[in-house]
Design a protein around this ligand. Sequence first.
Ligand SMILES: [Zn+2]
Length: 335
Amino acid sequence: MRNSKWNIACALVVLVFMGAADAQTLRPAPDSIEGHLAAGKNASGGRDDTPDFYGLVTALCVAPLNAPARPDAPAPRENPNRRSTYLEPKKAFDDLYWMGTPSRSTWALTTGDGIILYDTQGVYDAEDVIVGGLKKLGLDPAKVKYVLISHAHQNEVGGAKLMQERYGAHIVMGAGDWDMVDESINGFPKGKPKRDIVATDGMKITIGGRTVTIYLMPGHTPGTIGGIFQVHDHGKPLTVAYSGGTEFNFVNDVPHFDTYLASLRKFAAIAAAAGATIIMGNQSQFDNAAWRLRMLADRRPGEPHPLDVGAAAVARYFKIEDECAQAVRLKLLAK
Ligand SMILES: [Zn+2]
């Protein structure tokens, strides 16, 4: 009897603390630069064993702003030591595989009728990381039917031409990013992918009974896209929100930040409505994919999948982006 009372008391204490943490995270920030920076940092988690997003908050609320890429930006550099950065490709879920480096991710969603690939590394890495990676995982690169490009920066679009030309895969990109590809002067030293499928809001890419629903989220680039899809963890379905672009390396003015904020709020609401408990993207710096997948080998029975961070953590991810963007927007307004 005493024990069960004690347990109830402990549970209540835990609930009160959880309530306090939630209230702290969800309380509206004072509408000041400092207020939004503090709220962004406060949403980064990592305390009380909550999943953390330190890489995200550092890039958005702490690090200096990056300038946008220009059409005449220098050509991608071929790093002579690039192979030393390639990590072992991994089976992430029953039907989702990961290939990449500590900084960039490519994901392969397998279906009964081919593969949907998400993001394609840099131009000099695509052959080894993607083609080599798929083969290492026992997957056939020729089965890739669709390649979704979250946004057309060098390290996401680099392998699009290879997959299109060699394997006949369809490339899906936002209209604004197809324009970026067309306008780029030096960005494609091995040639550009040919304009193919233009992503539209709510577009469904379906093969073999599996669907990725695409949402336009202009901001990081004009044609950035996010996606919602399901994966399976030992048979259990889980919903992924794939966030298309993150950092503020676009034209730094108030209208561009307004666009970015509107897109991320739209996609955050879509992710919440879809019940997403996994936040995923093109850079491990933000979703911690590379090291979370290494933790898989040590996973004990009954433990959640390391990438299954929960709906509250997914919401915090978007809150960090929101608060940090609001802070920069206010700085720009004050100029
Ligand atoms: Zn980018």
